[in-house]
Design a protein around this ligand. Structure first.
Ligand SMILES: Nc1ncnc2c1ncn2[C@@H]1O[C@H](COP(=O)(O)OP(=O)(O)OP(=O)(O)O)[C@@H](O)[C@H]1O
Ligand SMILES: Cc1cn([C@H]2C[C@H](O)[C@@H](COP(=O)(O)O)O2)c(=O)[nH]c1=O
Length: 194
């Protein structure tokens, strides 16, 4: 089973992964961008305020392709539970926002780019937080972490949830750390027992 964690920067995904690692040590934990050289290329682009948004999308997509073949597919073939901190929905939401002036429906464009070869998540836990809280928590350290941009990213996440409500588990990430982590843990346990 492939479970992904999604949400705005600072929504608390990394903190939840730490709790999940302790509670479900047998799972395979992974993330996007990955720590491969493809992921390093992505990180260079994130750190470049002048990066071309379309070129940046393809770097993320290259990283996702390698992530699938090297980590996700082998772990799923071995019947492991895979938990990924960010995955394809991050691309749909974030690059759907950065490319909004390049395509009529940029979110749909990014989805179509993945469709023929990706492995969609079985379930996605969405840590729902408002952009103001997200930027405050994340410390606005990269170009994506501005309130205005995250507003569009959030709208894109909402569109994804509306299209596939059965895949998403929404968690109110403005709650205390402990409450958020408990809810995420319970959601993962429920999903694994289904
Ligand atoms: N529920 C919470 N209440 C208050 N602060 C929180 C909460 N969850 C996380 N934080 C704090 O917000 C900051 C960002 O959290 P974290 O790194 O877990 O988020 P993230 O979603 O992984 O962020 P990013 O996408 O930017 O990596 C950290 O300082 C963390 O301690
Ligand atoms: C996978 C992915 C990520 N991003 C953005 C979102 C964040 O601002 C950064 C790095 O992620 P982190 O979890 O905060 O370390 O990259 C993106 O725009 N598109 C993606 O596909």
């Amino acid at each position: 089973m492939l479970i992904t964690l999604e949400g705005l920067d600072g929504s608390g995904k990394t903190s939840c992964v730490e709790t999940l690692r302790e509670a479900v040590p047998e799972a395979t934990f992974t993330r996007e961008p990955t720590d491969s050289w493809y992921g390093e290329a992505v990180q260079r682009s994130i750190d470049d305020d002048d990066a071309d948004p379309l070129a940046e999308l393809f770097l993320y997509v290259a990283d996702h392709a390698a992530h699938l073949s090297r980590t996700i597919e082998p772990a799923l073939a071995a019947d492991q539970t895979v938990i990924s901190d960010r995955y394809s929905d991050s691309r749909f939401a974030y690059q759907g926002a950065t490319l909004s002036d390049r395509f009529e429906d940029s979110l749909a464009y990014v989805q179509r780019l993945h469709e023929p070869w990706t492995r969609p998540p079985d379930a996605t836990i969405y840590l729902d937080v408002d952009p103001a809280t997200a930027t405050e928590r994340s410390g606005a350290t990269n170009k994506f972490e501005t309130e205005q941009y995250l507003e569009t990213v959030r709208e894109n996440y909402e569109r994804l949830i509306e299209a596939e409500p059965e895949r998403f588990v929404r968690v109110d990430a403005t709650q205390s750390r402990q409450a958020v982590q408990q809810e995420v843990l319970e959601a993962v346990e429920t999903l694994r027992n289904e």
